[in-house]
Design a protein around this ligand. Sequence first.
Ligand code: SF4
Ligand code: SF4
Length: 276
Amino acid sequence: MKITVASGKGGTGKTTIAVNLALSIKNSMLIDCDVEGPNSHIFFKEPMVKLKDVSIPAPKFDLDTCTLCGKCVDFCQYNAISIVGEKLLFFDELCHGCGGCKIICPVDAITEVEHYVGVIEKGGTGDLPVYHGMLNIGEPFGVPIINELKQFADDKKTTIFDSPPGTACPAVETMRDVDFCILVTEPTPFGLHDLTLTVDVIREIGTPYGVVVNRDGIGDDRVDRYCEKENIPLLAKIPNDLEIARLYSSGVPMVKGLPEYRKLFEEMFDRIKEMI
Ligand code: SF4
Ligand code: SF4
């Protein structure tokens, strides 16, 4: 089974939910897809070890063969190629490695070279393996790393994906092709606003989903009312407990420092299983 933990914005407690859910259920693994700033591994003592580099195929232009026809410029949706006067310019930081320009070039002036965008590392234990990806500094696009990370999901285990925040391509990629998505929010007007955006996206994707309210007690009941009105399952509420925050800042998972919370995650998992 594959479960993604997502949220409309950073700092809502997405990683807290992902880590503690993975620790509370049997036979699980954790894959942190927040490749711009993975932090799930902080809660595990074992060091992360590099598994592999991740690259995308980037075009290399043979300028002697190129006729400056402009077909690749027109084709590239990411504006990574431009012709200025008699010069073809390539902006590798905009290239998504789709390979389309190579296919479309009428004179075979384009070959492909590997462009390294980041790495995948593994840590955790045999009981609970932890994977994460790290986008190289300056690289704008984490989806290729997320796609490779998702390949590490073991069908014999329950895989928890910690999604990048927001509703852009990296988050959508992490919410796609999974069995269930947990949307984490806070009971505040900002939390509700970001939740509604994420709900719009997840409905479009079609993945079953439910909501977890983190830091319950800091705001109002608008998230509850929204979920009720929209018929969205409210999976759990994590109280705004100072002890949880203290443990978090020390890198101690909630269910280790406060084992009484383990039941909350076990029950959440049971509810999810009933819904898929
Ligand atoms: S590989 Fe795709 S994204 Fe990169 S330059 Fe060519 S068409 Fe543009
Ligand atoms: S499609 Fe080929 S020939 Fe045309 S501008 Fe691009 S590289 Fe040059």
